[in-house]
Design a protein around this ligand. Structure first.
Ligand SMILES: Cc1cc2nc3c(=O)[nH]c(=O)nc-3n(C[C@H](O)[C@H](O)[C@H](O)COP(=O)(O)O)c2cc1C
Length: 156
């Protein structure tokens, strides 16, 4: 059974630090909503239980070779069978960083999320190049919006 307090799982991968910074800022924004617990984990350390316990999931991935980071894909590979039937309708949002594109990673994550039948509740977020402070503030705002939506029951 899920805990009563609603929670957001933020999973990410980062090789050289850009997505790590972005994921922390997203989580900081989400944590501004006092009633919502934020669980921030590198994808390689996240387990299927984390997914089953959360009320919304945010996925942060760099684009590598035109798609998501391998460790994000690995998280999906490891959790799909157990989580597929039990996370239908889970609100999700994706944020990506990329050297020059990022749309491949976004598209692939969206396709996988469709497989889980998760619910897209907010526009996904894409940063090309080094994130500016303005983009990081927008990302914090995205985290806060997800958390506030959960808190107020806007997202089921
Ligand atoms: C192995 C590798 C492959 C990459 N492939 C792409 C790519 O296909 N498209 C793109 O826009 N950027 C690509 N990049 C750039 C990264 O997406 C970008 O530097 C990102 O900010 C890295 O995030 P990180 O610091 O969190 O690892 C690649 C970087 C690496 C290391």
């Amino acid at each position: 059974m899920k805990e009563e307090q609603k929670s957001i799982l933020v999973i990410y991968h980062s090789q050289s630090g850009t997505m790590e910074r972005m994921a922390h800022r997203f989580a900081q924004g989400a944590a501004r909503e006092e009633n919502i617990r934020v669980v921030l984990k590198k994808a390689e350390l996240a387990e299927v239980e984390d997914l089953l316990q959360c009320h919304a999931v945010a996925i942060g991935s760099p684009e590598y070779f035109g798609t998501m980071a391998g460790m994000i894909k690995d998280f999906f590979d490891r959790t799909y069978t157990a989580a597929q039937e039990r996370t239908i309708g889970l609100p999700f949002v994706v944020f990506v960083c990329a050297g020059n594109d990022g749309r491949g990673a976004l598209t692939q994550i969206e396709r996988i999320a469709q497989g889980y039948k998760w619910q897209k509740v907010l526009e996904h977020f894409r940063v090309v190049g080094e994130p500016t402070e303005a983009e990081l503030i927008d990302l914090e705002e995205l985290g806060h919006t997800l958390a506030a939506g959960l808190d107020f029951g806007i997202f089921p």
